[in-house]
Design a binder for this molecule. Structure first.
Ligand SMILES: Cc1ncc(COP(=O)(O)O)c(C=O)c1O
Length: 304
């Protein structure tokens, strides 16, 4: 709902740049609806390498997720905002994974920040909600008109649940992140795990950006098992952690991006970006960390 509202700011002839690995539904919107509306878009491989030469006059916005989904790549928001503003272009950040608790994109120059409030902000996987936040009154007025015109209005009951959820965001996030750090350490040292992807894991440069612009790594990471291990057997073997597309709730979930959140991407595009068939995305909840590690350990045992 939030992304749909923001995307309706653009019109025929405009162009929007997006980072290449982002929520599959956002890519689907661009691919299906931008195309139909005569709005050009491009998936950018490495947004940190964008220069003024990439921002033709019709580029009206750069929409990014940082960390990205599902590869947890990190984009320098301050650098991007400086570049965009010199070229009369808006910066839109999907801050769902970090939440305002860990990352505040307005302080780094962003123009619009969107959230799937279905995730950490509500925190209990019991509502579907989105938030659009802006600091500019003119933009706020325009978005408000779009919101009511499109009917993207949250019911009073869901609004109540969301407000209740936001009150416990920091406590949940602290616990979820603490669990995540312990689990990443366990998985990085496990012989059946080939790769662990978390914000800053892909390079020292991205680690530095993440440290500078956020106050944590959040609670989502992705893994690939060694080739001899079966991701299906691993997922089937999990007893506490459930297979589901969502994230950000108090319970831990695992998802297979290639067949779930990112199934709209063509196999060729997924391969080019690095969303392999073996990739599994994990979103860690508030359960006891040892229980989660034991669950992962016994499922890794069953994976071969
Ligand atoms: C980063 C991100 N943005 C947006 C969305 C869409 O959110 P919703 O399910 O609330 O429509 C998702 C959903 O998974 C997401 O992961």
């Amino acid at each position: 709902m939030a992304t749909t509202t923001v995307f309706n700011l653009f019109k025929t002839g405009d162009k929007v740049l997006l980072n290449c690995d982002l929520y599959g539904g956002t890519y689907r919107y661009a691919d299906k609806l931008f195309t139909r509306q005569g709005i050009d878009f491009e998936l950018v491989d490495d947004v940190n390498q964008l220069t003024a030469a990439d921002l033709s006059d019709n580029v009206k916005a750069i929409f990014i997720e940082t960390p990205s989904n599902p590869l947890l790549r990190v984009i320098d928001i301050q650098r991007l905002s400086d570049l965009a503003h010199e070229n009369d272009c808006l910066v839109v950040i999907d801050n769902t994974f970090m939440t305002p608790y860990l990352q505040r994109p307005f302080e780094l120059g962003a123009d619009i920040v969107v959230y799937s409030a279905t995730k950490y902000l509500s925190g209990h996987s019991d509502i579907i909600a989105g938030l659009v936040t802006v600091e500019n009154d003119e933009l706020a007025a325009e978005i408000k008109v779009l919101q009511s015109t499109l009917g993207n209005i949250l019911s009073p009951n869901d609004s109540y649940h969301l407000i209740q959820g936001i009150k416990t965001l920091t406590v949940r996030m602290d616990k979820q992140e603490e669990n995540t750090k312990q689990i990443i350490q366990f998985l990085e040292n496990h012989p059946r795990v080939a790769n662990v992807y978390y914000p800053g894991s892909s390079s020292a440069v991205e680690a530095e950006i993440q440290n500078r612009q956020a106050s944590g790594i959040g609670a989502v990471f992705s893994i690939e098992l060694v080739p001899e291990a079966s991701p299906e057997k691993f997922v089937d073997g999990l007893e506490i952690i459930n297979l589901a597309v969502s994230l950000g709730g108090v319970e831990s979930l695992v998802c297979h991006p290639a067949s779930m959140t990112h199934d709209y991407y063509s196999p060729e595009l997924r391969e080019k970006i690095g969303i392999s068939e073996a990739l599994l995305r994990c979103a860690i909840g508030i359960e006891n960390a040892n229980d989660l590690i034991n669950d992962l350990e016994q499922a890794l045992e069953k994976s071969i």
